[in-house]
Ligand binder design. Structure first.
Ligand code: SF4
Length: 336
């Protein structure tokens, strides 16, 4: 389905020489091609409307010239890895969740793919060599500002980064997704240092606030397939939203999830409430009046907007307690 989503592909001058460009263009043979001098001429133009562009997004192929790897941010969970990094192979996502911070982070709803993959591998190898805690592996989130696995049928970065990881024993990667695209990994031998991290939300949340994503049932089936094949799987109940009846809804969802998934095979669990950088949040609210979850009486601090502290603690405490019926407490990483 994603093959047909992009009517136009913009090519930054010079990207034709990269093998990834050829792979993508072969898969999008019906799209119209337009050459641009610099990808920012399209992506970073002022006055764009993120949600309008999401209805008919364009794909932009570009070369990432700097910042091929970043240090991890405090709003994310590091699961105890002190050498915590992430990269941005793609900017934006094929999905369109109401609570997604990308709406406030990027000026455009179009999607960028950085095709100079060898530069990313080189930067990662260098970061491994110079990691601050050499006794511990480098932990790299490769699906950070996007959903990489969802778009694997067009941009095969997930499988390629898994193979790169297999060759670098001091590297652990996390691939976060809402996709149900387990078939993209069917031919790949599982790697115990490539963690497939599935974000799961109750049907009440997914159907209302996670546009274009596969249903929770489809995601659970995909997880099951990957667990059966031996992949390390992380479950992410994050962001938890304080909707009406949130406690009942999330607790019965946990029951449903672990009815289908063998809890003893789950590597770990992430549990976090909705939070967002205040500037992104402000920008999103200016653009959107159509989503009630953005209009909760949140509390704002210099580093994030979220539910008031007391509500956050209550949500995490209750939901962590409910999760410990299925998985050991020490495998649950929380964000309050
Ligand atoms: S799946 Fe993640 S990255 Fe994609 S739109 Fe939803 S929240 Fe944003």
């Amino acid at each position: 389905m994603w093959h047909k989503r992009f009517s136009h592909v913009y090519l930054e001058e010079g990207v034709e020489k990269y093998p990834m460009t050829r792979v993508i263009l072969d898969r999008l043979s019906n799209s119209k091609l337009v050459t641009v001098k610099n990808y920012k001429d399209v992506f970073a133009r002022s006055g764009q409307n993120f949600q309008l562009q999401k209805r008919s997004p364009k794909l932009i192929l570009a070369r990432k010239k700097d910042h091929l790897i970043y240090e991890g941010s405090m709003a994310s969970q590091d699961f105890g890895y002190r050498n915590f990094y992430y990269n941005s192979l793609l900017l934006n996502c094929v999905y369109n969740c109401d609570y997604c911070y990308l709406q406030g982070m990027y000026p455009s709803g179009n999607m960028v793919v950085f095709v100079n993959e060898d530069d990313f591998y080189r930067a990662t190898a260098k970061a491994i060599d110079y990691r601050p805690f050499p006794q511990e592996p480098l932990y790299l989130c490769i699906s950070y500002d996007t959903d990489l696995l969802a778009y694997e049928s067009v941009v095969p970065y997930t499988s390629r980064f898994i193979e790169f990881t297999r060759e670098h024993e001091d590297l652990v990667i996390e691939i976060r997704t809402k996709s149900a695209n387990w078939r993209a990994l069917e031919e790949i031998v599982p790697c115990d240092r490539a963690i497939l991290a599935w974000t799961l939300s109750p049907p009440e949340v997914a159907s209302a606030y996670e546009q274009l994503t596969p249903s929770p049932e489809q995601r659970i089936q995909a997880i099951k397939q990957c667990l059966d094949r031996g992949w390390p799987v992380r479950l992410c109940f994050d962001p938890v939203l304080r909707i009406d009846n949130w406690e009942k809804i999330y607790i019965s969802f946990f029951k449903e999830v672990f009815k289908h998934l063998p809890a003893e095979k789950i590597r770990d669990v992430s549990l976090g409430v909705f939070r967002m950088n205040p500037d992104y949040f402000k920008r999103i609210k200016k653009q959107r009046t159509d989503s009630d979850i953005l209009y909760y009486p949140f509390e704002s601090s210099p580093s994030f907007v979220s539910y008031p502290a007391e509500e956050r603690s209550q949500m995490i405490e209750k939901l962590k307690d409910a999760l410990t019926k299925y998985v050991p407490a020490e495998t649950i990483e929380t964000w309050t």
